[in-house]
Design a protein. Structure first.
Length: 195
């Protein structure tokens, strides 16, 4: 017997007849466990429950026929990618996110137009979502782009800001320090704009 308590698999072949002991034809095998064999043969196929009728087609219904709305899918995908990239990169990829948001908004609008003109009924909601998320992504990316342009101008123009930025980067030498320095510059820039 194997270590785990299981026997190794046997070669494929005919199943042994368990009703008769090996080598003795017609001999009765003693019953173990107190169970008697079934009195009549059971059918090999299960019978359905009374009142239940199997259906011909099971599962999902096929998709409605008609032309596809690829513009809706593309618009939604690009708009969602724009927002995701903007969030993950903390706005550093705002120019790429801006482009993705604009194209996503335009493709979502094209998908809505295809539905409105009756060319297709597929992905109507996806086209609307792509259009709305594209607008939100475009606005957020434009704001992030303006923020980063302001930071760059503040560092380039103001000698004190440039010195502080460089000092914070030299003191801490790491990504969290760079983000802290950028946050400080953003606060200073906001103060300059408001004053």
């Amino acid at each position: 017997m194997a270590e785990g308590g299981f026997l190794p698999p046997e070669a494929a072949g005919r199943e042994p007849d368990l009703a008769e002991p090996a080598g003795v034809a017609g001999a009765q095998r003693p019953l173990t466990g107190g169970f008697a064999p079934p009195s009549e043969a059971t059918p090999s196929t299960p019978q359905p429950t009374p009142g239940w009728q199997p259906t011909q087609q099971q599962g999902w219904a096929p998709a409605p026929a008609g032309p596809d709305n690829g513009a809706a899918v593309l618009g939604f995908s690009l708009a969602l990618s724009s927002v995701g990239l903007l969030i993950v990169s903390a706005g550093l990829s705002s120019v790429v996110s801006l482009a993705l948001g604009i194209v996503g908004m335009l493709q979502g609008s094209k998908g809505k137009r295809l539905v409105r003109d009756g060319h297709t009924q597929k992905n109507k909601d996806l086209a609307q979502a792509g259009f709305v998320i594209g607008i939100v992504a475009t606005v957020l990316a434009a704001l992030a782009t303006l923020f980063w342009i302001g930071i760059a101008i503040a560092v380039a123009v103001d000698e004190g800001t440039r010195r502080d930025f460089q000092q914070q980067l030299d003191d801490r030498r790491g990504q969290p320090a760079a983000l802290t320095a950028v946050a400080v510059l953003g606060i200073r820039l906001t103060g300059l704009v408001l004053s």
